[in-house]
Design a protein around this ligand. Structure first.
Ligand SMILES: [Zn+2]
Length: 345
């Protein structure tokens, strides 16, 4: 959980009002509300259209659906949980990696919603081999146990994998996996002729027990809540930590270089990215995110200098004057994370 808003999501996912003359070939179109809508590279759905329709075909539907999974690649499906909201955007994205020959790995089963769990199980054809939680927040991990129970009822017992929550986690985010994942380890689904390899990248910052996964064969990054599309990750101390968050972004940037990652699949929002080496590829998305954080931090520092006696309530008004005031209570958590970081520098 915890990111700013559906409001922000709505703003960022809007179609480009005008596709500029310099980039007519770069535009892609997708279906939304029954209409074919053009999007420019800077628009939120562009990465998803590039991944699903690499030749620019008009085949992909962008409406958020919870009743069936969306095929993003032949071995990657996304099933969005029915929990849209201010903190979850269109809902939590659960991902299924695998195929009928290798079986499936589920990333983020989401909340303990019986229908969502049932749909996940059905989308896997009843063959789930592993369940991984990117972190323990209530919109990500509570579905793990009921999903495992459903598998057990049908004769299989996929392990629940992840990282244990730290003592700093809130009560609703306490979590202990059946097996603790190790930074850099590889989770492998395989059959006689091929395999899918997911490499674990520990990325504290949004939550102390947060991890991302690199799907090596397809050069994809599953980013959990560390990188989102259409909203901003909230860093909520003490379990959230701004310096850790920024250092984890650097770590993800390195992973993108190493694996030529083109696309990022976030836990909330559409796929991000573009083809390797083009503007808005995964590296550019992460670099932009870091620059945005540091710009915000510079603004916060200036506000602290101008209002040295100010309270957090005073500072949030000035430092986040570009977002609606109803989001300030959430922004105040990230503000605190920046203030703690600035005081420690
Ligand atoms: Zn989340």
């Amino acid at each position: 959980m915890v990111r700013s808003s559906q409001l922000l999501h709505a703003v960022h996912s809007g179609a480009s009002s005008a596709i500029t003359a310099e980039q007519p070939l770069a535009a892609r179109s997708g279906w939304l509300n029954g209409q074919l809508v053009p999007y420019a590279p800077k628009d939120a759905p562009f990465g998803e259209l590039t991944l699903t329709c690499p030749e620019g075909q008009h085949l992909h539907h962008l409406d958020w659906r919870t009743n069936e999974s969306v095929l993003l690649l032949k071995n990657v499906q996304r099933l969005t949980a029915p929990n849209p909201g201010v903190m979850t955007g269109p809902g939590t994205n659960s991902y299924l990696v695998g195929d009928p020959d290798t079986g499936y790995l589920v990333i983020d089963p989401g909340p303990a919603d019986a229908e969502h769990i049932d749909r996940l199980w059905r989308a896997s054809g009843g063959d789930i081999r592993m369940i991984v939680c990117t972190h323990s927040h209530p919109d990500h991990s509570p579905g793990a146990a009921p999903l495992q129970a459903l598998c057990v009822a049908h004769g299989k017992r996929p392990p629940i994998l992840g990282l244990s929550s730290a003592p700093t986690a809130r009560a609703n985010s306490e979590f202990t996996p059946e097996r603790e994942l190790v930074d850099g380890e590889r989770l492998i689904l395989q059959c006689a002729c091929h395999q899918h390899t997911l490499r674990v990248v520990h990325t504290p910052g949004h939550a102390a027990n947060h991890l991302c996964l690199v799907l090596e064969e397809d050069s994809l990054l599953f980013s959990g809540d560390h990188v989102l599309n259409g909203s901003t990750t909230v860093v909520d101390p003490p379990d959230g930590h701004m310096t850790d968050y920024l250092e984890s972004l650097d770590k993800l940037l390195k992973a993108c270089e190493q694996h030529h990652i083109q696309f990022i699949l976030p836990a909330h929002g559409y796929v991000l990215g573009n083809v390797w080496g083009e503007a808005h590829d995964a590296r550019a998305c992460i670099a932009h995110l870091k620059a945005h954080r540091l710009k915000r931090e510079a603004k916060i520092w200036a506000v602290m200098q101008q209002h040295p006696e100010g309270s957090m309530d005073d500072w949030v008004k000035h430092a986040y004057d570009d977002i609606p005031s109803k989001l300030w209570p959430v922004a105040k958590r990230s503000l605190l994370a920046h203030v703690e970081r600035l005081r420690a520098l």
